[in-house]
Unconditional design. Structure first.
Lengths: 117, 114
């Protein structure tokens, strides 16, 4: 069975600092894909960054980066130089690799990030 | 880039009536479309996954009779909520992927039932 767990319900940080969010996952598949999404106040879900299980390097996109620790089944999201507009709910998600295109995303319960000036 | 348009953004329907929501993929071919419902507590429930050339797979607690889905081509999908009642309220989200494994979401349809 697959499962995604985010234990942090909320985090508050000051603007321009770094925030780290935790996520652990469970899967029986040897191939899988891990994602982080952001949900804005309007409800829109925005894709941020992804890590493929077979890749050893941590993914980085803009001021988002991942801390992928495969032996611990962990995929943390790091946001550097946070801005007010980074305030949102962040969801970790996983998709198992096989069959191609035939599996849906499983989401964690989300972490609310509040960035203060 | 990959974009997904979902409409309407908000809808209100009377108890026992039906409403339809639509999802359009732009910039890629939506070979798979997943429909989710998000609860007020932010939990995601997968309703069904539609993949081209495969039968639509509904999750437990969701049926085709209640949530019929159409995925007629690689850019469009729709879902109807039939006989909506209070327990059907929530934010409905469509996510589409073109086989690159990343799911792109529309803005969601917020359903209120009176």
């Amino acid at each position: 069975a697959q499962k995604v767990t985010q234990t942090q319900t909320s985090i508050s940080v000051m603007e321009k600092t770094t925030v780290t969010m935790d996520c652990v996952y469970e899967t029986q598949d040897s191939s899988y894909f891990l994602f982080w999404y952001k949900q804005t106040a309007s409800g829109e879900i925005v894709f941020l960054i992804r890590q493929d299980s077979y890749k050893k390097e941590n993914a980085t996109v803009g001021h988002y980066s991942l801390n992928f620790q495969k032996p611990k089944s962990s995929i943390g999201l790091i946001i550097t130089a946070t801005q007010i507009e980074d305030s949102a709910v962040y969801f970790c998600a996983m998709r198992e690799g096989r069959p191609q295109g035939g599996r849906a995303l499983i989401f964690g319960t989300g972490t609310t990030v509040s960035v203060s000036p | 880039g990959a974009l997904v348009y979902q409409y309407p953004r908000r809808t209100i329907c009377k108890s026992g009536t039906s409403m339809r929501m639509e999802c359009q993929a732009v910039g890629f071919q939506a070979t798979s479309v997943a429909w989710y419902r998000q609860s007020p507590q932010k939990t995601f429930e997968l309703i069904a996954l539609s993949t081209v050339n495969s039968a639509i797979k509904y999750e437990q607690n969701f049926t085709q009779e209640k949530f019929p889905i159409s995925h007629p081509n690689l850019s469009f999908s729709s879902m109807t909520v039939l006989n909506a009642y209070l327990e059907d309220r929530g934010l409905y989200l469509c996510g589409a992927t073109g086989g690159q494994n990343t799911l792109y979401f529309g803005a969601g349809t917020r359903l209120s039932v009176l």
